[in-house]
Design a protein around this ligand. Structure first.
Ligand code: HDD
Length: 714
């Protein structure tokens, strides 16, 4: 019998505890076997027939008396809860945080002081603007919300993969979100900011320009949720035993490094696999390669805050890591998928106000507003003040108080006293271990004002832009041109270019040229002149932090019948050694028979496995296979896309005709195309794949690159 390579994932048949029988009317019933579970109503009454409504005669009217039918439909009708107003599309997983360095000098929080302590956590990743059913690779901020079930109660750190925010005051949040989501008259476009309303709002809200630089960068089209950073955004406060405060910003860094896809890829991935990110995370965890992050802090005091160039309460600003290095204090691993999506991912309720003793807030006006909004929204979404009783939200720490009743009360106090103070028994306050708010001294005039210290909207936007590599800057320019080209009103396009002029002259010129504007619009009026003395910060660039490793990435191997078995085996071995994964793609899903007679199992038929789903591809084809695939549009796209997306492509000599027919001329063959003749070539190929992309290819072949790389006009 022929040898088989590949594993049969997902083929484990579930043990069947029922038998299927045919009823008198020809319908099938699944009847519980000897030790099988019996189907019941919500009241626990066994059900005899789950196929047919109770009716009068075989063709007669239905009867209201059928309580099983009514209960089943009633429950179905009420299955949906309101989706989140923002961050509706999300994916949650479980994990744990382990502290490696104590912050005992600045906080009493046990989770931040007990080294070695493992704290269970639940993380929900999300996009912001799209509805629940939107695609994963929308250009959007990724929400990165963490719930730590600490010994002292739940701590929620509800962050994003971007360290700054669009607005400075929470009162503008509804406007920002209304502008970003689908337009109210037509109900589209969803899950994208490439439309008039969003850019109109932005053009009138210059404080958003720093964040705009981030969202137009590759940060908003991540390759994987396993490859994004996380930020608490606001300045929070740590509080020690004496009540002394220390400012803190939280940052989490992925061990796999940062990586993004290209916009052209994102657009195609959304069609090929709208669940790309959630599937990737699910696969990584269930295959035993759980993603890990380091949790870090930037700590500072009032002296630093007073001397810092910007206001530390302004959420549109960050503190460069070069100015305050990130101190790594622990790691977290996400290693368990949910048992039930609704129960956990959908019902999880994060609230920024959920802090534990030793962790507190600052006066950041965005954070203060969030502290109201999240609790309020949970009541709407989950329908009861008892949402904390739902297992995913319930603290692992003991809970005892006199709050009672309400819809769906699951945790009901026992005993006579339901008030405090009382002369009976029950929980009491603890001045020693209880939460103490930071005793800030506050004075001031009551007024609706924006502090002048929040007025510089462009300097850090510029700092972000100049911190990027050439290719990253080009992508920002491309994204702006793409988005603004979808905006119908020319005055809005021009207004944005006017803001860009305050950030970087060349960027403004490139975008203006990309939009075909006849003249460069006037620079927007700035309350504060852009500072040009802020130095570039490498930590702001994805490329400058590259890990140069293929770990956690995926190779797509396109294989035909008669392909070289030795090369396939060498590739599979090399992928394993690189701690990466592979998928075999064949013309038919049944797999391919290699030149030594081995049957290689396939994960994808070529139509279902376009090269956009992989970080790099290898073409291991026989001469016949290449000749056949050269006539196939999908196979040609596979190669053309991989090339167009600057990916590394390994190929056996017989695959050359397909490369040629995919439109890659001999003179365009660059060092990113690697001939696979034997094991050393395979090793060289895998090493190259660790670089993720051959960016030189994009800079030399892309239409917009020449304009971008040209020197700026005076
Ligand atoms: Fe928010 C959800 C992150 C500003 C109001 N937000 C939500 C989620 C994340 C963030 C990750 C998803 C939580 C989950 O997975 O369930 N939001 C942020 C960040 C912000 C921010 C990093 C700025 C630094 N948010 C913000 C403001 C307001 C809100 C200023 C309102 C004043 N956010 C909400 C909300 C949501 C929410 C409407 C929707 C669903 C939910 O809370 O549970 O209350």
């Amino acid at each position: 019998m022929a040898k088989t390579i590949g594993k049969d994932e997902g083929a484990t048949a579930q043990a069947r505890s029922f038998e299927t029988v045919i009823g008198s009317g020809g319908e099938t019933h699944q009847i519980a076997g000897a030790d099988g579970e019996v189907l019941t109503t919500q009241q626990g009454v066994p059900v005899a027939d789950d196929q047919n409504h109770l009716k009068v005669g075989e063709r007669g009217p239905a009867l209201l008396e059928d309580f099983h039918f009514r209960e089943k439909i009633f429950h179905f009708d009420h299955e949906r809860i309101p989706e989140r107003v923002v961050h509706a599309r999300g994916f949650g997983v479980h994990g744990s945080f382990t502290l490696t360095e104590s912050l005992g000098d600045v906080t009493t929080a046990k989770i931040l002081t007990e080294v070695g302590e493992k704290t269970p956590m639940f993380v929900r990743f999300s996009t912001v603007a799209g509805n629940k059913g939107s695609a994963d690779l929308a250009r959007d901020v990724r929400g990165f919300a963490m719930k730590f079930y600490t010994k002292e109660g739940n701590w929620d750190l509800v962050g994003n993969n971007i360290p700054v925010f669009f607005i400075q005051d929470a009162i503008k949040f509804p406007d920002l979100i209304h502008a970003a989501k689908q337009e109210p008259d037509r109900g589209f476009p969803q899950a994208q900011t490439a439309h008039d309303n969003f850019w109109d709002f932005i053009s009138l809200t210059p404080e958003s320009m720093h964040m705009v630089m981030w969202i137009m960068s590759d940060r908003t089209i991540p390759r994987s949720l396993r490859m994004i950073e996380g930020f608490g955004v606001h300045t929070f406060r740590l509080i020690d035993a004496k009540g002394k405060g220390t400012y803190v910003k939280f940052i989490w860094k992925p061990k796999l490094g940062l990586q993004s896809v290209l916009w052209n890829e994102a657009v195609k991935i959304n069609g090929a696999d709208p669940d790309f990110h959630r599937r990737d995370l699910w696969d990584a965890i269930t295959m035993g390669t759980p993603p890990e992050w380091e949790l870090g802090v930037q700590l500072f005091d009032d002296d630093f805050a007073d001397a810092f160039d910007f206001d530390v309460l302004d959420a549109t600003k960050l503190i460069p890591e070069e100015q305050i290095p990130v101190r790594i204090i622990g790691t977290f691993v996400l290693d368990r998928v949910v048992d039930n999506f609704f129960a956990e991912t959908e019902q999880v309720a994060f609230c920024t106000q959920n802090v534990v003793p030793g962790i507190g807030f600052t006066n950041d006006p965005l954070l203060q507003g969030r502290n109201f909004s999240y609790l309020d929204t949970q009541l709407k979404r989950l329908g009861s003040p008892n949402f904390t009783h739902i297992p995913i939200n319930a603290p692992h720490a003991p809970v005892a108080n006199f709050q009672q009743d309400g819809h769906m009360a699951m945790r009901n106090p026992k005993g006579r006293a339901n008030y405090e103070p009382n002369s009976w028994d029950g929980p009491r306050e603890s001045p020693t271990t209880g939460y103490k708010h930071f005793a800030a001294e506050e004075t001031g005039r009551k007024a609706q004002v924006r502090s002048p210290s929040f007025a510089d909207h462009y300097s850090q936007a510029r700092q972000f832009f100049i911190s990027q590599t050439d290719i990253e800057q080009k992508h920002i320019g491309d994204a702006l041109v793409f988005e603004l080209s979808k905006v119908e009103r020319v005055d809005i396009r021009e207004a944005i270019v006017g803001h860009l002029r305050n950030i970087d002259g060349k960027l403004a010129q490139t975008v203006a040229a990309g939009l075909g504007l006849k003249a460069l619009p006037k620079a927007a009026k700035a309350a504060v002149q852009t500072r040009t003395d802020l130095p570039a910060s490498d930590a702001l660039s994805i490329a400058k932090q590259a890990k140069h490793s293929f770990e956690g990435r995926k190779l797509g191997i396109l294989v035909s019948d008669g392909a070289d078995a030795a090369i396939v085996t060498a590739l599979i071995d090399a992928v394993g050694k690189a701690k990466a994964v592979y998928e075999v793609i064949t013309p038919k899903v049944a797999g391919a028979t290699l030149d030594d007679g081995t049957l290689l199992e396939a994960k994808q038929k070529i139509d279902g496995g376009p090269s956009i789903l992989y970080d790099a591809v290898a073409l291991v084809l026989s001469a016949d296979g290449a000749a056949m695939l050269s006539k196939d549009k999908t196979a040609k796209d596979f190669v053309a896309d991989a090339f167009g997306h600057s990916k590394f492509i390994g190929y056996t000599a017989d695959a050359l005709p397909l490369i040629d027919r995919a439109g890659i001329a001999k003179e365009d063959m660059d060092e990113g195309l690697i001939a696979l003749g034997g094991k050393p070539d395979v090793a060289r190929f895998l090493k190259a794949c660790g670089e993720a992309r051959l960016w030189a290819r994009e800079l030399s072949t892309d239409l917009d690159a020449a304009a971008f790389l040209a020197p700026a006009d005076a």
